[in-house]
Design a protein around this ligand. Sequence first.
Ligand SMILES: [Zn+2]
Length: 581
Amino acid sequence: MKYNISLLLLILLSLILISCSKEMPDRIFYNGKIYSLDDKNSVYEAVTVKNGLIYDLGTSEKILKKYPDVEKINLKGAIVFPGFVDAHGHITGYGENLLQIDLVGTVSQEQIAELVKQKAQQLKEGEWILGVGWDQNDWEDKSWPDHKILDKAAPKNPVALTRIDGHALWVNKKALELAGITKNTPNPEGGEIKKDKMGNPTGLLIDNAMNLIYKVIPPPTEEDLINTILVSTRNLVKYGITSAHDMGVNERTIKIYKKLGDDGLLPLRVHIYVDGIGETWNKYLKEGKLVGYANNFVNVDGIKLFVDGAMGSRGALMTEPYQDDPNNFGLLLLSEEDIYKVAKDALSKGLQVATHAIGDSGNFLVLNAYERAFKELNPKDHRFRIEHVQVINPKDAKRLADLKVIPSMQPVHATSDMYWAEARLGPERVKWSYALRMVINESKIIAGGSDFPVENPSVLEGIYAAVTRRDKNGHPKNADDVLQLVKEKKWVLSKDGIKEPKNFEGGWYTDQKLTIDEAIKCFTKWAAYSVFEENKKGTIEIGKWADFTVLDKDLYKISPDEILKTQVVMTVVNGKIVYQK
Ligand SMILES: [Zn+2]
């Protein structure tokens, strides 16, 4: 009897061995140029995947011969990178924008009214019509619009159209009525209700007055939220994004991510930082991190905090006042003490803190808070982050590196904000603002992002901005180009004017450029590191997750200007093609 069992085991073992030796991958991608970004900078032609993991790598010839009867995908010479990661974005916000009427580039009120009318025909009576992106500077008649033309276009639906900068809302009469805005409604603090000569509201609301309308727009249903997330993520993979770090998310939305993950409906991996101190944060403080949920598609890594506001609205907290607003130091949104307390809680639970800090004082305070918590709890590997790191004193850039805090930066912000940043900051501070080179020299790492939907979620545009310090239109070419833009009222200089023309030669403060290799790593292996996943993704190596971004041009070989002409031809997540051009 004993012998029989051993014999049985022996047979079983050999069967297992035989089946192992015959084991085949699910899929082969061949005839490509595959940049692994591993420590040896290995380049391959073919990669095979199995169960969502990278199974084998080699030349096309070797791989095709080794696995004859497997699904084969011919990359036709395309360039493969480890899957792009966007380390800072807002998935539902991006989806909401996509679902609204896109008004960017519209040339008249009439054109917009026509779009609103078309939308009204698709909706039920009383449903809100939302749009975003109008700019009266693009119209022949550049005066503020009023509600009348929208009343005609959609008499039975409330309409709310956000200006391109997010600081004005154009609504119809129906919306004014629902919000109870009348002649007698006073301007809220920090906002303005535009009124005509008779004192009646015109349908244009500025800054905080917009909240009067937002308050009465019904919150999204669960179905709306699902739709928003699906629309958003399905668009993100078109940019080659295979993982996104979602900043400021509540438990309701996390539950939907989990459900979508369970159903296999998420096309990319999501890393969530919850929306500040509150219920959701308390839940994760109790339960700890959510790691690798739904086959590694849904994770809750930590908390997103704000220490200050933004530069555009002079909300970034500065050590010295704004040059163009000499009594204004910006806004403190959360005290150093509060950040320190959250940091301690997070460290004790192995959660991450990711704090938005734009101004130099904001960055200083966050580092103080983190440092104090680190000293007390002495964590081995905290991977705390600062989001944006936009204006940071060189001394603090050094401290950031010493504390091993991860700088999470968005290279496109530099080329979007350069049109007015120097007017806010003056010619000295600007030198250590949007300072990718200074930060990377200290930290040796930057987690790259776009802050979509504030910016386009294009990783390629981020890489281009990082290596050129020019915007999509090629500005600035040089100091003369800037002076021309000043004349056209597009560029606002510091009141000191142009002191050193070299700062505009070939780009904006080109001494802060990254190399192409660094820029690619920001959006791959370094972004992976920022969520403790450097051993699972970020390079193309056997055993790692099969996430790839496939491009039609070789970023290492082309001129920087060609980066913007490069297209994502395929996005692969977990071994499956989730986007193909
Ligand atoms: Zn953001």
